[in-house]
Design a protein around this ligand. Structure first.
Ligand code: UDP
Length: 248
């Protein structure tokens, strides 16, 4: 089996993944999540308030919301900011909803108390898989933010029920690949983003054929690749958190 990938990786090999903690000191928790050349600043900021509609309707517990954007210089051709275009990018809205759903699957909002957890993902450098890097990094940033509140005596219990991570998979020239970089993503016949908890439950499976179709067997192969990658990602997240929390 020899499929030449653009960057020489094995078909089931992740790009080098790292989480640089504390990249945005004013966020309650933050990391720069890198999946190869894709790098995303993930900030988790916990505010001591909830949206007005929650107060008005006496909804207990906290709230979690996510925002995603690509910095203008994150792409090969400069991407204009939404603020200068005067309209919100539909792709960004779709991605930030995905990030919010992913994190809400593992955060117990009652245990968060009357607080809002803001997840901000800003792409510093884009080379495919920015949404999956965002989710994966946002989990690490959230865990750091929660630990800070626990250390400050503001929270008794960790509201995170499980870990969460995401990865892209796809089919290029008939071959199933893990963690696509931009050139692979651009040319792939099938492109999927998989979000899973650390305990191996799916939160989201988004897969689509690009002028192509895929069989149930191919879908299973992609899900198998994603599960393998996400187990590795879960270990990397845990390792990074162990290191970070030991040095605090
Ligand atoms: N991309 C870009 N400009 C854009 C949107 C995407 O250069 O406005 C590139 C970028 O490298 C991104 C890749 O295309 O990572 C794939 O984009 P997609 O919408 O599939 O999202 P992603 O894979 O980043 O989650």
């Amino acid at each position: 089996m020899s499929f030449e990938r653009a960057d020489g990786r094995a078909v089931d090999q992740l790009r080098p993944i790292s989480f640089e903690a504390g990249i945005a000191p004013h966020a309650t928790g933050s990391v720069l999540a890198a999946f190869g050349n894709t790098r995303v600043i993930c900030g988790a900021t916990i505010e001591d308030n909830v949206p007005g509609w929650m107060r008005a309707q006496n909804v207990s517990g906290g709230w979690l919301t996510a925002e995603y954007a690509m910095l203008p210089y994150s792409t090969h051709d400069r991407k204009r900011r939404d603020s200068s275009k005067g309209k919100v990018d539909g792709r960004s809205v779709e991605i930030q909803r995905l990030i919010g759903r992913a994190l809400r699957a593992v955060v117990d909002l009652d245990k968060l108390g009357p607080r809002t957890l803001w997840i901000d993902c800003d792409v510093l450098q884009a080379d495919g898989g920015t949404r999956t890097a965002s989710i994966t990094g946002a989990y690490v940033a959230t865990q750091l933010a929660v630990q800070r509140l626990i250390d400050d005596g503001k929270l008794d219990e960790n509201p995170l029920k499980d870990s969460i991570g995401a990865i892209s998979v796809g089919i290029l020239e008939g071959t199933a690949l893990l963690d696509l970089c931009y050139v692979e993503d651009r040319d792939a016949e099938v492109d999927a983003n998989i979000v899973m908890t650390g305990s191996g439950q799916f939160v989201e499976v988004q897969g689509s054929g690009e002028e192509a179709t895929f069989s149930p067997d191919q879908l299973n192969e992609l899900l198998g690749l994603a599960s393998k990658g996400l187990k590795e990602i879960g270990s990397l997240q845990a390792e990074s958190l162990r290191e970070q929390l030991a040095t605090d």
